[in-house]
Design a protein around this ligand. Structure first.
Ligand SMILES: NC(=O)c1ccc[n+]([C@@H]2O[C@H](COP(=O)([O-])OP(=O)(O)OC[C@H]3O[C@@H](n4cnc5c(N)ncnc54)[C@H](OP(=O)(O)O)[C@@H]3O)[C@@H](O)[C@H]2O)c1
Length: 319
């Protein structure tokens, strides 16, 4: 049987429940993944709330996942049963068995050294961070601001900017400042007086900004004399491109290959992604409450009680 998180009408966390159905059988060109971890993102909850205009359910939830290929269609040559894989499948991932119709476009093999936990939470945040940082064309020695630098997207974006040689200032709540400092990001509290704190921290000016918050934040960044073409907003909506001339590069413009590239950077230790909480699939409501209310640094994941990994798979991941 397959167990999946589903909702039947738009609303909040309490709309999410578990449904059972027969596990899907695999057709030509398809790959079935026994999911191990499914990452949670704020956008997944916004979808349940109807923010993107989807009709009410029954609908699956979530995008990020990792797992093990358990069955492949006749003509699939790139993947075999037992492969450790990860990727994203919007509205589907929080399930025990995931059918991937377009594996060449959607599935990557987990590289050596990257665990199935971290891989299970990378798709949305990782691809958004890579695409957004690419749009900023950062050069070594620049001072770069990342707002929401303790968040799922921001913490990856900030480290990518560091790896490009930038000095990185990141906004976060006080409780998360130590975690940012440990990564080499200079933390600053958001909220009242932020502009003054930023002017003091960077009297020479801020060259570029990765903005994760609302339209008012974009306006504040412009008032700090950061050029519009050096601001990338992922949180304010598409209208800020026309209103202010800023970039809005996010998940939608991520390129095939971005996720695999980031996964290798994490496996090699150039980018650090932590896991803040792991909940059973059946605890999906608690998991979202934790994501929404606890300001976690690191990904929040749902765990599926899948078969244990084989010795070979475990050795591969840890080597
Ligand atoms: N355009 C796209 O393609 C795309 C893709 C993914 C996400 N997004 C959007 O980007 C945003 C960030 O996503 P995420 O996954 O990184 O979210 P997240 O993990 O929930 O992180 C939110 C970040 O915002 C900070 N924050 C919370 N309240 C704040 C406030 N009042 N003022 C300033 N900062 C505040 C948090 O800091 P503390 O936790 O330290 O308080 C944290 O760093 C969301 O709006 C999401 O929907 C867009």
């Amino acid at each position: 049987m397959r167990r999946s998180v589903q909702y039947t009408q738009n609303g909040d966390i309490d709309q999410l429940h578990i449904v059972e159905a027969n596990a899907p059988s695999v057709g030509p060109g398809e790959v079935r993944v026994a999911v191990r971890y499914a990452g949670l993102n704020p956008v997944d909850l916004a979808v349940v709330g109807g923010a993107f205009g989807e009709a009410a359910g029954p609908k699956g939830n979530g995008a990020d996942f990792s797992g093990v290929v358990d069955s492949v269609g006749d003509d699939v040559t790139d993947f075999s049963p037992g492969d450790l894989v990860f990727g994203g499948r919007p509205f589907r991932s929080q399930t025990t068995h995931l059918l991937i119709r377009d594996p060449a476009d959607r599935l990557d093999k987990i590289p050596r050294g990257l665990g199935t936990e971290v891989a299970g939470g990378l798709y949305i945040a990782g691809r958004t961070a890579v695409a957004g940082i690419r749009a900023l064309a950062i050069t070594s020695g620049e001072t770069v601001l990342v707002t929401g630098a303790s968040g799922g997207v921001g913490i990856i974006a900030a480290q990518l900017a560091l790896n490009l040689g930038a000095r990185v200032i990141g906004t976060a709540s006080q409780a998360n400042h130590a975690a940012l400092r440990n990564l080499g990001i200079e933390p600053i509290a958001y909220g009242d007086g932020l502009e003054a704190r930023l002017r003091e921290a960077a009297p020479e000016g801020i060259a570029a900004a990765f903005s994760t918050q609302d339209e008012a934040e974009v306006a504040r960044l412009l008032s700090l004399d950061i050029p519009a073409r050096r601001i990338n907003s992922i949180g304010a909506g598409p209208q800020v491109a026309d209103t202010y001339g800023v970039n809005i590069a996010g998940e939608a413009v991520a390129e095939r290959g971005d996720l695999a590239w980031l996964a290798k950077a994490i496996a090699y230790g150039h980018v650090h992604v932590s896991v803040a909480g792991v909940f059973a699939l059946e605890e999906v409501q608690s998991a979202y409450r934790f994501l929404k209310g606890s300001h976690p640094v690191g990904k929040v994941l749902l765990r599926v009680d899948a078969d244990p990994l084989t010795v070979d798979q475990r050795e591969f991941l840890s080597s």
